[in-house]
Structures are given as C-alpha cells and as structure tokens.
Design a protein around this ligand. Sequence first.
Ligand SMILES: Nc1ncnc2c1ncn2[C@@H]1O[C@H](COP(=O)(O)OP(=O)(O)OP(=O)(O)O)[C@@H](O)[C@H]1O
Ligand SMILES: [Mg+2]
Length: 529
Amino acid sequence: MKSRGSSSDYLQAIIDSLEDELMVIDPDYRIILANKAVLMRHEKQRQEVIGQYCYDISHGRKEICRPPHHECPINAVWETGKPARATHIHVYYIKGKKRERYVDIIASPIMDSQGNITAIAELMRDVTEAKEMEMKIAEAHRELSALNTIATVVSQSLDLDTILSSALDKTLELMDRNTGGILLWDEEKQMLCYRVYHGLSKEHVQGVCCRLGEGIVGKAAQTGKAIQVKDISTHPDTVHPCLTKAEGLRAFASIPLRAKNKVLGVLNIASHKAHKFSSKDIQLLSSIAAQIAIAIENAKLHQDVQRKDEIRGELLGEMFSIQEEERRRIARELHDETSQILASLSANLEAAVGMLPPGAKKTEAILRKTQTLSINVLDELHKLIYKLRPTLLDDLGLVAAIGWLVDNNLRTAGIIGNFKTTGRVRRLPPQLETMLFRVIQEAVSNITRHAHAKSTDISLGFNKSLIRVHIRDDGRGFDVEEAISSKDRPRGLGLLGMKERVELMNGTLGIRSRPGSGGTEINIEIPLN
Ligand SMILES: Nc1ncnc2c1ncn2[C@@H]1O[C@H](COP(=O)(O)OP(=O)(O)OP(=O)(O)O)[C@@H](O)[C@H]1O
Ligand SMILES: [Mg+2]
C-alpha cells in the first residue's frame, strides 16, 4: 500500500478528484478550501481563490448574495443547521469571455465535536445544459400551446370577421400586449386595409389602407417577411397613417399573413414602450400568422361556396318559375285551342251523323267510332292539361289539387288513397302552393310507378307558422341514400327535385324507407314567414 502522506493532502486529493465544484466557506463568506474543479472553472490559481469572498468568486459581486436574484443557501444553513439547496447563475470568465452558467448548489454544515457549525461545504454542479434544454422545452411548449390556442379559436367559426377578431384578441393575450390589428389585402382597392384592431382609436384606423411596399406594414406584405422596429416614433418608415403615430406607439412588429405563397394581409403588434421583440417572439408570431392565414383562406373558400350556393338557389328558383310558366302556357294553349278543336270535331261528327241519308249504316258506324275516338282523345288531353298545370290549383288551391291527385292518380292505379288535412285550412302564397303541389305530385308519381303499394296516406297540416306534409305508403321501400346519390341519371332526379324545391322554401325534407316491404315515409316542413 502507498503512503497516504498527510491527512490534509489526502483530503485535498479526494476533493480534487470530484467532477463537481466543492468549496468550504467560513462564517465570513471567505473560501477556506476549494477543489480543482473550482479552480479550473474560474481559470484561477488556488492562492487567487483561497481567502476570497465566495460571492466575489462565484458571481463577481462585491456584496453578499441576496434574493430575489441570488438566494444564498449558506445563510439558511447557518440559521437552521440543516443542508440547503439553491440554483444560481454563476458568472465565469473563460478565456476572457464572460459566460453565465446555471449551478445547482447543495450547502451542508461542517460541525465540530460539540455540534457547532464551523464552516459550510458547498457542492456545486453545472446544470446549464439541462437548464437550457428545460428552457427550450418550455419555449417549445409555449409555442405549441399558443398555436393550439390560436388553432382552436380560429376553427370555431367560418365567418371572416369573427375569426380575425378572436385571433387578434388571443394573439395579444398570448404575447401579453394590448395593441394590434389585422389588415387584409383588398383586391378591388389593391391595398391593405384594416379589418380588425385592438387598443387603437377608430378614427386612426377605420378605413385606413396602405399600398404594397409603403411603410413598415406595406413592406412586410411586399417582402413576405416579418419586420420589427424598436421605436417607430424615431423610424423613417413611420410616416404612413397605418402606423398610427398619433396613437403614441413605439415598439412595432408587422408579420405577413401568408398562405400558399400568397400574402393575404398583415398582423401588427405594438406597444407604447420602446423595446425589441425577441427573435423567439417574432418566430412565435410568424407561426401564429401562418395559422391565421390558413383560417382566412378557409373562410374565403367558405364564403365563395356560400355565394355560389346562393346564386345556384336563385337560378333554380328562377328555373322552377319559368318551368311553371311554360307548363301553364302549354296547358292554356292545349285547353283553348286543341281541346276546342277536338270538341267541335266531335260536335261536327254528331251533326254529320244527323245528316246521313237513311240506310247509310256503315258510314254512320264509322262516324260514331271516330266521334268516340275524338271524345277519348279529349279526355286524355284534359288529363294531360291537368298534369301540366291543374287549374284547380290556381282556382281552388292546394287542398283541392291534392284531392284531385289522389282521385286521379292513386285511385286510378288501384291504390287506396287517404287524404286528410289538419289545422286551419287556408290559401297559401301561390309560389308555395305550386312548390308543395309539385313535390306531392312527384311523391305520388313515385308511389304509382315504383312502390307496389296497396294504400297511401297523405296529410297536410296547416299550423300557424309551419306547413307539414306527411306521405306514407305501404309499398316495397327502397334505399334512399343509394337512390339520391345514384350516378345513373336521369334516374333519381325526382327525389332531388323534391329536395331542391323544399330547400328553396327554407324547408326540410326527410325520407325514411325500408327496402323489402317496410314502405316509405316522407316528412316535409316549410316555415311560413
Ligand atoms: N315510394 C317509393 N317506393 C319505392 N321506391 C321508390 C319510391 N320513391 C322512389 N323510389 C325509388 O327511388 C328511385 C328514385 O326516384 P326518383 O323519383 O328520384 O326517380 P325516378 O322516379 O326513377 O325518375 P324520375 O326522375 O322520373 O322521377 C326510383 O327509381 C325508385 O327506385
Ligand atoms: Mg320519380
């Protein structure tokens, strides 16, 4: 075994072998022992450390560490006699360069044989990497939760102004600011115009627009890059009213709202104090801006679809009324001309029979047959005229017209037809009566053509603010989804036409059918306003 030398050398050798820094500090905060790790960390010789104040060596301070920035664990040990922990930021000069490191400190009491504290041993571990990682994780967490919040807020609506104002409010809350606004690119004006703002006065913002490339806002939009200014009151680019110098704004950041490589607008965040937005703030704002831009795109697409849907509805309505007008015209012509001709043909045939010489039996038989044929054609013609546009509908209204449908379509097809009304029966607006008649006509036509039903119930309910139609057959039923989504056109246009007509009247149509023998049930509700 090797000689251990003096016990103090041995002790020094032990503490020098530690990777962590170890110092022993006397009651006057002077270092009485330090290991090699301390000397190496501070790039000092032992004699430059021993006898010095711990706060001078660790922090470059000239006085004892105090809260809030430097909680000294040594004081707690002197007071309680128990070990204490703290995390400090220590300042080192490595090759002349100042560096800050996070250090975990465990201070423990050193006692004499009587149990009195004579000194404090401080064991220090460099936790900078872990701390930096922790901060990076915290930053990433902040960014993710901010983005999550913005994504949640902007996905709650498809209305552009609602999206913009809730996105702006949330962004300001997340950034702990109270002044900002969003400008959008106006295609007509070819300018960026304020859509929503917060913390700015109306007269300085409302209706304010700026050109591409003009001022900070215009430049951010033109370049597609975020611009920040520490103090716009001293900045040459602040002349434009968009920057509302009159509002006393100082720090200012303009973040472009980009989607699919297109700048849709700009997000502005400002404050009344001059300061620099950190690169992390700008990075977070840029991620937020990207979320807002996607939401703007979606809202615009939704607006487009809505507008197209409105136009489609208008066109359909127009088409239905042209179709009705045309049916009415053809029915009138058939009635006034063709049916009159057939009627006089029949009358002339009757007269011709009366003029025949006695004994012309053969000729009489031919004329009588021709007259019967003309009467049959006239009957068919009347049915066609009714199908095209039952005059009953115009003259006596919906209830009479449905009664006629039941008598002339269902019953003639051998189906028992029950029709009843509920509520206060009254005339409805002509357009609504026509629409309901056409829908019920199609349902009845489907029953006679496809259902193989024995009976059908139709009820028409007149409520104060609602018209209810219920049609039920006991036929073989069908797969509604399949029939409606069938690509096999023109089959399936009847049901679609029913749906379109009902929707044009802001109503609802429900079809329940059970393929097999479950029958079919149709429920329609049209609001009366
Ligand atoms: N009441 C019903 N009972 C059984 N099947 C039905 C009924 N109503 C509709 N169907 C089925 O749904 C399909 C689609 O009906 P729809 O009225 O849309 O078209 P269609 O009657 O075939 O043709 P049209 O365009 O001339 O109306 C029908 O072909 C039929 O198979
Ligand atoms: Mg049909």
